[in-house]
Design a protein around this ligand. Structure first.
Ligand SMILES: [Ca+2]
Ligand SMILES: [Ca+2]
Ligand SMILES: [Ca+2]
Ligand SMILES: [Ca+2]
Length: 399
């Protein structure tokens, strides 16, 4: 039977997102455009690329298609033009002119260095930062070149539910309101870790309201599937699985609730999705741990619960998506629970683990110590892969 509790203990983050979210205006295009810069290929800006590093992608914080180019002292206009020619670069402005500083020096102001002109340069589409910087460095009159980084003031996101103190688990010891036990998400956000739509998280749960104004930008759309043609274009066995699949009803509508939240249908899955990835700093409703992410909905729970069979099918669907399409699916979120052990479920979890998908489970809502009273799926041990147990055809949603 489905249960709802006002209290949640979730292993994913041990925090709550107040749901349902408030509908509101459209997003903040300015912020979006700043964050939606084209991918950088500079290792300096991709701290997540090493093996075993954090999986949240630090957002590129550079102006798209622009470099700052430091020329050597004495570089002529012609020489600077020759340096920019291979990258088809165009000087937009001089940030710092050597001539002006030489004039100051003549007036008695000491030069702190003997660098030449620093110019802001535009790049044509298709020329990457790394490629442009590499080519520029080969010119004798270029001292260095770099992206035109973007800096932000440290500020809280403008999502009203964050400001209203509704997102208990996201706060930290120095935020308002403060929460010594919270995630202190603000510290990560202000360090630039606000997520990426190139990172995929599956919500194995009820359905998610994919067209919710605070989710629609962060909901995965299957690029390998043509919507509405009745054909399984990507050959994964699911016809028109555009945003995921509804394993409980065996159809492609992952959200079966109302246009606005007046019933509980798919409310939990929407709530969980918002905790993970409600669009951040868009002036609407809530904010997720990830301001940007791609959420895949694998619905298997209805009002009366979900079955182990459908849970397994949902997990295997996600595992297959990763292996079939190479999507960077980093985790499944599983905020539901039941008491019995199921070997088949464990093996499905193990299959996803073998595909390097983290299985994140709720610890339960019952204030119980799950070391003493096992709770599944949070107690599954994929390293042991051992044990036997009974299985009842019910999974309870843990809010
Ligand atoms: Ca398909
Ligand atoms: Ca299709
Ligand atoms: Ca459905
Ligand atoms: Ca928001």
């Amino acid at each position: 039977m489905a249960t709802k509790s006002p209290f949640t203990i979730s292993v994913i983050a041990a925090f709550l997102a107040a749901g349902p979210f408030a509908a509101g205006a459209t997003g903040d295009d300015k912020v979006r455009s700043l964050l939606a810069t084209r991918p950088l290929d500079s290792s300096e800006n991709r701290p997540d690329q090493g093996t075993g590093g954090p999986r949240l992608v630090k957002q590129p914080r550079a102006v798209p298609g622009e470099l700052l180019v430091q020329f050597r002292m004495g570089a002529s206009t012609q020489s600077k033009g020759e340096a920019l020619l291979p990258i088809k670069g165009r000087s937009l402005e001089a940030i710092r002119l050597a001539d002006a500083r030489l004039a100051l020096m003549a007036a008695g102001v000491p030069l702190v260095n003997r660098q030449g002109d620093l110019e802001r340069v535009s790049l044509p589409d298709g020329v990457t930062f790394d490629e442009a910087i590499r080519l520029l460095k080969t010119h004798p009159d270029v001292e260095f070149a770099q992206p035109n980084w973007i800096y932000h003031t440290l500020s809280i996101p403008n999502d009203p539910r964050y400001a209203a103190g509704n997102l208990w688990g996201l706060y930290g010891p120095a935020t308002t309101p403060s929460n010594a036990y919270g995630l202190n998400a603000l510290a990560a956000w202000n360090a630039g870790f606000v997520g990426s739509r190139n990172v995929y998280v599956a919500v194995v749960d009820e359905g998610a309201q994919w067209n919710h104004p605070d989710l629609i930008d962060n909901v995965w759309t299957n690029p390998f599937e043509i919507a509405g043609d009745g054909i399984d274009n990507d050959g994964n066995g699911f016809v028109d699985d555009i945003h995921g699949w509804d394993f409980a009803n065996n159809d492609n509508t992952v959200y079966d609730g109302p246009a606005s939240g007046t019933t509980s249908t798919d409310k939990h899955g929407t709530h969980v999705s918002g905790t993970i990835g409600a669009t951040g700093n868009n002036g609407i409703g809530s904010v997720g741990v990830c301001w940007q992410v791609s959420i895949i909905s694998a619905k298997f729970i209805l009002a009366g619960g979900g079955t182990g069979a459908d849970m397994i099918r949902a997990l295997d669907y996600i595992t297959d998506l990763k292996t079939r399409h190479g999507l960077d699916i980093v985790a499944t979120n599983n905020s539901y629970g039941g008491d019995p052990f199921g070997q088949a479920e464990l093996e499905a979890i193990a299959r996803s683990a073998q595909a390097n998908i983290l299985f994140i489970a709720a610890a339960g809502n019952d204030s119980a110590n799950n070391d003493a009273s096992p709770h599944y799926p949070s107690n599954y041990n994929t390293t042991a892969l051992a044990g036997r147990g009974s299985w009842r055809p019910s999974r309870r949603a843990a809010s």
